[in-house]
Design a protein around this ligand. Structure first.
Ligand code: FE2
Length: 161
């Protein structure tokens, strides 16, 4: 077995611990549970298509909203997730220092939807918007809508002449 399930099990425990801690959450804890697993699956497939590491991509997708899971708030959640997710990954002892930095940076930068980042950041951002679209979660920022449209355009089969 690879490390995705181990990471997600540990994350489910963190999510469980948040029950009742924040009075009003911008997203429910059930959404956090569903979204992390669903994004991970999308990210895994996207990485396979790009010839990148699918396990690492799925792991980054799983934890990308770590900041919002802890604070309950959407605002600034990507940046706020950076240090806590690093600690979380450190304690798991599943990843090398280098992998932890790659994942944590993808967490930190995933809200920059109009910017182009590292391959793994791009996958996290694409998986995030595709998953929100799948569940009918409205895009609140133009950059999210644009990223979704770009993704669909890129993945459309070529028209036959
Ligand atoms: Fe997300």
């Amino acid at each position: 077995m690879n490390r995705i399930l181990k990471l997600q099990s540990a994350l489910l425990r963190v999510i469980e611990e948040q029950e009742g801690k924040v009075e009003e959450r911008d997203q429910s804890l059930d959404w956090e549970r569903v979204h992390m697993a669903s994004c991970a699956r999308l990210g895994f497939l996207m990485a396979e298509e790009k010839g990148q590491d699918p396990e690492l991509a799925a792991c980054a997708c799983s934890v990308h909203d770590f900041g919002r899971i802890l604070t309950g708030k959407q605002k600034g959640h990507a940046e706020k997730g950076y240090h806590p997710v690093k600690d979380f990954l450190d304690k798991l002892e599943l990843f090398t220092k280098e992998e932890i930095e790659i994942i944590s940076l993808a967490v930190k930068n995933h809200s920059r939807k109009s910017k182009i980042g590292s391959w793994i950041e791009e996958i996290v951002k694409d998986a995030d918007v595709v998953d929100c679209y799948q569940y009918g979660i409205p895009f609140v920022r133009d950059a999210q809508q644009m990223r979704y449209e770009e993704y669909i355009k890129r993945n459309q089969p070529e028209e036959e002449e």
